[in-house]
Design a protein around this ligand. Structure first.
Ligand code: IMP
Ligand code: MG
Length: 175
């Protein structure tokens, strides 16, 4: 995209699609009759959420919260900020958090704790990618798409300083 940045594809759009379909099948098996609330974490999960729900053929609702832990580039600040919180009462609802990537675990651990206090009937996490080598806070991922190496990834919703979210493949950025 920029003339300097070199990208190489780590996960192709075809691999993403088959991963999303597998996750959708598992989610369908568990939530088909539960009218779940799918809760995406913005901004990174927007593309995954959009593709995932197209494979879910049963009643559900979609909400988003916006969290931020990154500064402007590739370094996580470690401090999670709730930029836009939950506007909905989730008490008694089956909530499924939809996330693009679990890296240090700070973001998802923070959100799961926050949501647990709101007394949902159930609370689970679905992550398209997991980077376990970077974990600092333990996180239980109930539905994992792909385990990825310790590389900074962009594309399919993932950004570097707000760029590259629109790439259809998941790529590694080499400066
Ligand atoms: P964590 O709090 O360190 O687990 O990171 C969670 C958030 O950081 C994710 O939701 C992403 O938005 C972002 N993030 C983590 N790793 C990457 C990456 O490799 N590329 C782009 N964004 C990332
Ligand atoms: Mg994210």
């Amino acid at each position: 995209m920029s003339s300097q940045a070199k990208l190489h594809v780590l996960v192709t759009r075809a691999e993403i699609e088959s991963t999303v379909k597998k996750l959708a099948a598992a989610v369908t098996a568990d939530y088909k009759s539960k009218n779940p609330l799918l809760l995406g974490i913005l901004k990174g999960s927007f593309m995954f959420m959009a593709d995932l729900v197209r494979h879910l053929d049963f009643p559900l609702e979609i909400e988003f919260v916006r969290l931020s832990s990154y500064g402007s580039g590739q370094q996580t600040s470690g401090k999670v900020k709730m930029v836009q919180g939950l506007k909905l009462d989730i008490r008694g609802r089956h909530a499924l958090v939809v996330e693009d990537i679990v890296d240090t675990g700070n973001t998802t651990a923070f959100l799961m704790e926050y949501l647990k206090k709101k007394n949902p009937a159930s609370l689970r996490l679905c992550a398209l990618t997991d980077k376990p080598s970077r974990r600092r806070v333990p996180v239980q991922i109930d539905y994992t798409g792909l385990t990825v190496p310790d590389k900074f990834l962009i594309g399919y919703g993932l950004d570097c300083a707000e760029k590259y979210r629109n790439l259809p493949d998941i790529c590694v950025l080499e400066e």
